[in-house]
Design a protein around this ligand. Structure first.
Ligand SMILES: [Zn+2]
Ligand SMILES: [Zn+2]
Length: 292
């Protein structure tokens, strides 16, 4: 049985407006035998310095007076209505509502306002809340210490730092997020910077990254939150082993699909890998996996 896909985007995410389709994603879930999924739409509150570079074509948002990109806000009321429609259309599918909060530890207070606007008392009104890091300090402008710039998207971080330093800086930000009291249950894609690892840098030098991974995983385990195994890239099994050794209690799978065809991508192989490294399925498909 496929595990739940706990990280899916639809047309309500600012970078999936063209390709995302909640109803078609649910139909796809039924067709492939997936029993549960969570629509975790982007809530990105961190502006990204563009340094004059063009926006990728699929970005929806605005560029502010400092030349920074600000993602289009989530229309949460319309999103929740579509979740309700899909729940009625696909009664056998367990559909979880949710959000993917970007750097929520840097925006205390902003998320409760967004949720209150939709009539929710807090993230407790959503089934699944992912906390993710997508941004690093912008090196040329002095990072978070200035008002006018502050951050860059991780892919642009490779234009400012050596590849290993990008990943280490990312994991330091993950450690800060995991150690914060931000309201989220699952850490998204701990290997996110490896998606844009430069080919010219050769294979990923895992020994140079192990300590930073272990520190981040330790902070996450201490917080009691779950680790997501994101299948956009095959996660290195050593990260699952380190999570187990850190005392991590729970694992969630996430395809991070931004269009229906990518739902549950590589889940069969990845579930087998995670099961071989110390974790086991929950009693029902929408539960986290636990320690074996
Ligand atoms: Zn993400
Ligand atoms: Zn995502």
């Amino acid at each position: 049985m496929l595990p739940q896909d706990g990280h899916v985007h639809s047309q309500f995410s600012w970078d999936a407006i063209a390709g995302g389709d909640m109803h078609a994603t649910c139909a796809r879930a039924v067709a492939i035998g997936l029993r549960s999924l969570a629509f975790t739409e982007h809530v990105d509150l961190t502006p990204w310095a563009l340094h004059g570079r063009d926006l990728p074509a699929h970005y929806t948002g605005r560029v502010d007076e400092h030349g920074r990109f600000l993602a289009q806000p989530l229309a949460i009321a319309a999103y929740l209505e579509e979740v309700d429609r899909c729940r009625r259309a696909f009664p056998a599918l367990r559909i979880l509502s949710g959000v993917e909060l970007s750097e929520p530890h840097r925006h205390p207070g902003a998320v409760p306002g967004l949720l209150a606007a939709a009539g929710l008392a807090g993230t407790g009104g959503l089934d699944r809340v992912i906390g993710s890091v997508h941004a690093l300090d912008d090196v040329p402008t002095g990072g978070r210490h200035t008002d006018a710039a502050g951050f860059v998207e991780v892919v642009d971080g490779y234009l400012q730092r050596a590849p290993v330093d990008v990943v280490v800086a990312y994991l330091e930000e993950v450690t800060a997020l995991a150690g914060s009291d931000a309201d989220f249950a699952v850490l998204g894609h701990i290997d996110y910077p490896l998606r844009s690892w430069p080919e010219a840098a050769g294979p990923v030098p895992w020994p140079a990254l192990e300590e930073a991974f272990r520190v981040a995983l330790g902070a996450l385990a201490s917080s009691g939150r779950a680790l997501e195994v994101n299948t956009r890239l095959p996660l290195s099994p050593r990260v699952v082993t380190w999570w187990h050794e850190a005392g991590g209690q729970a694992v969630v799978f996430g395809s991070d699909a931004h269009r229906p065809d990518d739902l549950a991508h590589d889940f069969v192989e990845t579930a087998a890998m995670v099961q071989a490294h110390g974790f086991r399925p929950g009693a029902v498909p929408h539960e986290f996996w636990g320690r074996a």
